[in-house]
Design a protein around this ligand. Structure first.
Ligand SMILES: [Zn+2]
Length: 205
């Protein structure tokens, strides 16, 4: 009899232990879960601009300190770099607000930036010009754009953003994250002469 009681007590603890373990395994907050064709909806884009694109799932800790999963639409040649870099972002818990393909913002870079959303592919010209941006081929990514705005002729984009290198999630020339991009042959917009685009990394062919 006693033996049976001891056995059932042991069984109870081993089951509750397993349940506890399952609870501890973090379930990410899903920020984006789309197919590539869903992520490209809502805009007419020439085939040459989309034929090399890939959508990749990435995980990161957001400013709520919770693990999130989002998606990056990027040129296939750069997918490996982005996967490696996001693995480090997760490991080091560098905060990324959210990573949602730009069509969620109706293809508006302005809205995405204001929402501090990280994104890569966008079929658009460089603001204020007629030249297509590296984003139009999926060869550029903007990280935490509200914390890392673009500064041009003394004006800040998006409006209301403040670049403060001491704020978490902000990029500088000395950030480990900037160096991970440099190492893989990417250029950082913060190094540009006539405008500083602190959110922007690109890698041309
Ligand atoms: Zn950019």
């Amino acid at each position: 009899m006693n033996f049976i009681i001891i056995l059932s007590v042991l069984l109870f603890f081993s089951i509750s232990g397993q349940v506890n373990k399952q609870h501890k395994k973090e379930r990410p907050v899903i920020d984006s879960h789309l197919t590539l064709s869903e992520a490209l909806m809502g805009k007419e884009i020439p085939k040459p601009n989309t034929k090399n694109l890939k959508i990749i799932d990435v995980e990161y800790y957001s400013f709520d300190n919770k693990l999130h999963t989002g998606q990056v639409v990027i040129h296939k040649d750069l997918a490996k770099d982005i996967i490696e870099i996001f693995a480090l972002i997760k490991e080091k818990k560098f905060p990324i607000k959210k990573v949602i393909p730009i069509n969620y913002y109706h293809w508006s870079d302005e809205s995405s930036m204001k929402d501090n959303n990280t994104s890569a592919f966008n079929y658009r010209v460089i603001s204020g010009t007629r030249t297509f941006s590296a984003h139009a081929l999926g060869r550029a990514i903007d990280i935490n754009p509200f914390l890392n705005p673009q500064v041009k002729n003394g004006k800040v984009f998006p409006k209301g953003a403040i670049y403060n290198q001491y704020t978490r999630g902000t990029l500088t020339r000395n950030s480990w994250l900037t160096h991970e991009f440099y190492k893989r042959g990417w250029r950082w917009g913060g190094d540009w002469k006539f405008t500083q685009d602190y959110q922007h990394f690109e890698k041309s062919k």
